[in-house]
Design a protein around this ligand. Sequence first.
Ligand SMILES: C[S@@+](CC[C@H](N)C(=O)[O-])C[C@H]1O[C@@H](n2cnc3c(N)ncnc32)[C@H](O)[C@@H]1O
Length: 217
Amino acid sequence: MNIPAVTPAKINQYTDKFNCFLDPNVEELWQAAIQRSDILPCIQKDTAFILQLLIQLLQPQSILELGTGVGVSTLIMASVLPEAGHIVTVERSSTFAAEAEQNFKQYGMSERITLYVRDAVELVPELTSQFDLIFQDSGKQTYVPTLDYLVELLNPGGFLLADDTLFPAMELPDRNRNSQRVIDQFNNAVRQHPLLESYILPIGHGLTIARKISEKY
Ligand SMILES: C[S@@+](CC[C@H](N)C(=O)[O-])C[C@H]1O[C@@H](n2cnc3c(N)ncnc32)[C@H](O)[C@@H]1O
């Protein structure tokens, strides 16, 4: 089941007429993916727009994404990546990863994207390169265990973005209780982290935008 966005449907219908994907091919991919029930949901439309905007503003050369799915959010980011920019993305499911690889090829982006078919909780502590931007959108159970490692992997001034962080404040079916609990733990850990300044943007399912600082004041 697709979980509705936190913003009222009427507002979304109106803004949808004006907000647009920068690459119409990527929009087509997003449209098709959002209707599928055989994959986990891809990012909400507003989240896609903000992700595009942040990448255009911040011009990150190196991006780490956790939770590739079939590569929709990866391609949304790749479509606005600076010329020499590169994305490393991690997906646990080999089925989804194979489809993502296909999509990267079809969109001519294979050279700019490295895909690891691994469990993010196992892989992240092994990574050694630094990133300007990290997008956390994998299983909710990975958010807390990877947080400290992700902050270490961020360059100073880099940004950690995390999707679905308003889950604890949303009316969700009972099966999401555990996700709500672990996301609440994540939100508290981000808030208390000595090297992060953060804000939860109330769009989509909630998007945390956290900047790595050298010292909290
Ligand atoms: C919400 S979907 C990602 C959607 C994708 N970011 C998009 O917007 O197109 C979450 C993905 O994380 C993957 N995942 C869940 N737990 C994971 C883990 N521990 N390590 C790596 N990937 C994981 C799932 O298989 C799923 O494809």
